[in-house]
Ligand binder design. Structure first.
Ligand code: KIV
Ligand code: ZN
Length: 385
């Protein structure tokens, strides 16, 4: 089995399904271009039957794509599949992604028996495969689907010509051990498993999407579905930046590679946040404002001596200029001195000592002490001497 993991980005489809995250046509084209340039393997550009706007965006992204495969989503019916093909067919490398909810709760909605659903899967994957060589099948809510029926749906999809089999954890219900076991067991027991790629698609309802995706890879999945900043319905999807950086930083125990140019992560994170209107939480892993910021004295002192003391990856690796050591009430003298040096002050130990006292007084009153505050403190101190 290869150690290459395909990155399937669904920011423009599942991400955009977050209430309030709608993007304009031009914004979608811009994000698709950034995803393509950063090395995403498959871009799920939208749901072509959903609206005229989605159809146009997917078609245009397909026409402009460079390296990435362009995928569109289609429910398991001929109308959706045909419309999807009309949009993605312009791509150098198109993919149709078709799905149906297979768990008891989801089967009850279209009111299909297991046999009827099995026939539907066969007919729809066959239809998609007659249009396109690259077909992805998803048994939606796979992690809450009975084992025998899940296996049956996947057997049928593979026989009908699916090339990728996606196992969605649609409501973020699974946990890492179960996620790995499910993929491992499917690969062991499904006929033709070695001819397809198994994919993981996790939601973050219980905060385990990243862990579940990585566990699925350990179980044999070789495609991760994810979004920038973890954008997505409810608590979101697996965050691209988290899985990619985790496999890079812990390559010793997760020896998997992707094509992602990680130095482009910050730029796309900021752009997706702006166009979707979804701010990134300050303490979000990898891309949060505080992900490479250290305020406490012990941490700042450690960072000034050796950055590996409190950072497991370099900010430059994700496209940030560097670590930041914001000054606040927890900061120590070493960080104050480093900051004053950086501001061009050449001060002796006694002056630093006095300014440090004034700095602590100020920091008790202010959340963060800025460069201008420090310059003012130096001037006040000079006046007091
Ligand atoms: O969460 C989900 O199950 C989905 C499918 C359409 C793959 O987004
Ligand atoms: Zn989803």
């Amino acid at each position: 089995m290869t150690d290459h993991v395909l990155i399937f980005d669904t920011t423009l489809r599942d991400g955009e399904q977050s209430p309030g995250a709608t993007m304009t046509h031009d914004e979608k084209l811009e994000i698709a271009e950034m995803l393509d340039e950063m090395g995403v393997d498959i871009i799920e550009a939208g749901f072509p039957i959903a609206s005229e706007g989605d159809f146009k965006a997917v078609s245009e992204i397909a026409k402009r794509s460079k390296d990435a495969t362009i995928c569109g989503l289609a429910r398991a019916n001929f109308k959706d599949i045909d419309r999807c093909w009309e949009a993605v067919k312009h791509a150098e490398s198109p993919r149709i992604h078709t799905f149906i909810g297979t768990s008891p709760l989801h089967r009850a909605i279209p009111n299909l028996t297991m046999d009827e659903m099995a026939d539907r899967i066969h007919d729809c994957v066959t239809r998609a495969r007659n249009l396109c060589d690259n077909v992805q099948w998803s048994s939606m809510d796979a992690t809450r689907t009975e084992w025998d029926f899940l296996k049956r749906t996947i057997d049928i999809a593979i026989k009908a010509g699916a090339t990728t089999i996606n196992i969605p954890d649609t409501v973020g219900y699974t946990e890492p051990g179960e996620s790995a076991d499910l993929i491992r067991r499917l690969i062991a027991e499904v006929d033709g498993a070695d001819e397809v790629i198994f994919s993981t698609h996790c939601h973050n309802d219980l905060g385990m999407a990243t862990a579940n995706s990585l566990a699925a890879v350990n179980g044999g999945a070789r495609q991760i579905e994810c979004t920038i900043n973890g954008l997505g319905e409810r608590a979101g999807n697996t965050a691209l930046e988290e899985v990619v950086m985790a496999m890079r930083v812990r390559h010793d125990i997760m020896p998997f590679d992707t094509r992602i140019d990680t130095t482009k992560i910050m730029a796309i994170s900021r752009r997706v946040s702006t166009v979707s209107g979804f701010p990134v939480q300050f303490n979000k892993a990898i891309v949060g404002k505080n992900a490479f910021a250290h305020e406490s004295g012990i941490h700042q002192d450690g960072m000034l001596k050796n950055r590996e003391t409190f950072e497991v990856m370099k900010p430059e690796d994700v496209g940030l200029a560097g670590t930041s050591l914001p000054l606040g009430k927890h900061s120590g003298r070493a960080a104050l001195r480093a900051k004053l040096d950086e501001l061009g002050f050449d001060l002796g130990d006694n002056e630093i000592k006095d300014i440090f006292v004034r700095f602590k007084e100020l920091a008790d009153r202010k959340k963060e002490v800025y460069d201008d505050d420090l310059i003012a403190l130096v001037r006040i101190n000079e006046g007091a001497e």
